[in-house]
Design a protein around this ligand. Sequence first.
Ligand SMILES: NC(=O)c1ccc[n+]([C@@H]2O[C@H](COP(=O)([O-])OP(=O)(O)OC[C@H]3O[C@@H](n4cnc5c(N)ncnc54)[C@H](O)[C@@H]3O)[C@@H](O)[C@H]2O)c1
Length: 343
Amino acid sequence: MNQQLIFTDELESALKALVHGLQPSVVVFLADENTAIHAQPLVKALDGSLFTVPAGEQNKGIRNAENIWQAWLDIGLDRHALLINVGGGMVTDLGGFLAATYKRGIRYINVPTSLLAQVDAAFGGKTGINLHHIKNAIGAFHQAEAVLFSRFLLQTLPVRELESGKAEMLKHGLIADKGLWLDMLSLKPGEIPENVLIQKAVGIKAEITARDPFETGERKLLNFGHTIGHALESLAMESTTPLLHGEAIVLGMLAEIEVSVQLGVLAAETALAIQLDLKRLFPHLKAEFQFENWLPFVLNDKKNQGNRVLFTLLHEVGAASYNKAVETYQMQEAWRKLQQEWA
Ligand SMILES: NC(=O)c1ccc[n+]([C@@H]2O[C@H](COP(=O)([O-])OP(=O)(O)OC[C@H]3O[C@@H](n4cnc5c(N)ncnc54)[C@H](O)[C@@H]3O)[C@@H](O)[C@H]2O)c1
């Protein structure tokens, strides 16, 4: 994998240098209505064109993809163009997918503006869109040429979104780095993590995805909390109170910790301590969904093999395992316990 990860306070000049090296025929930008403010100075500096989509997960779908494909065709965008995505995970996932598919693939750079996109969505090569509320049902692996990180961009991020991003950092700590987990626990609500913590979290995912770019093995560790989390996120998308990605992952981690205890790989007292910490950080989250309602989404998970639902399980803080087959009754029992204690 050849993906440059660049931490900088000089976004404009770093981007200019990168674009100069890539020598594209033309530069186009993608942002949403909230992140366009961060894209505009870069568009000006690089003499590019800006395309915007409405903000929100519900807009990561085929309709917006089609609109942008058409707009690019209308301006005669060729295969040597460069796309620069400036936004959260919605924009980097959608933009990455557009770049993977337009004229069989163009190059792209990500400038993630949300914490979640910085520590997770914007690098590693997974791109995609949702189809009728199934999260990331359609997609492709397509690596960005580079990802530029600037903590400065996070200053305009709403607090709820910031906290959602912390969920993925907590997950990185849980699966691979006890030190990161402990550091994250000491942050106050609304506090932007220091660069050193963001870099640590990025480093964990970057190392894993470099060793296993197509998720044939070790990369599945990063899915901890995501099997049930994605199902809850998909379900909540259909309701009037959607969950943010990170919030769904927190509920997913709480549940998958119960699954880990049931399968005998995680000590009950360690599980409880982790759950107490997560509940302290996300007190408003409730396990209020019905098992029968989210189970169909788990059974449709693209990580399954045949009829087998495969989970990533936690063994202790900093260690996890993947490809663990879990039966329906075990998920049901884990959810029942969680609801009893945390609903
Ligand atoms: N490809 C991957 O590996 C991967 C990994 C994790 C998550 N994801 C995807 O990422 C998405 C979630 O990412 P997200 O939480 O960034 O969602 P998002 O992109 O929808 O951003 C959340 C909200 O914050 C706004 N926003 C973003 N940056 C801002 C800024 N600097 N200032 C003000 N507002 C800002 C956005 O406009 C949006 O309203 C999901 O679609 C998820 O599936 C992908």
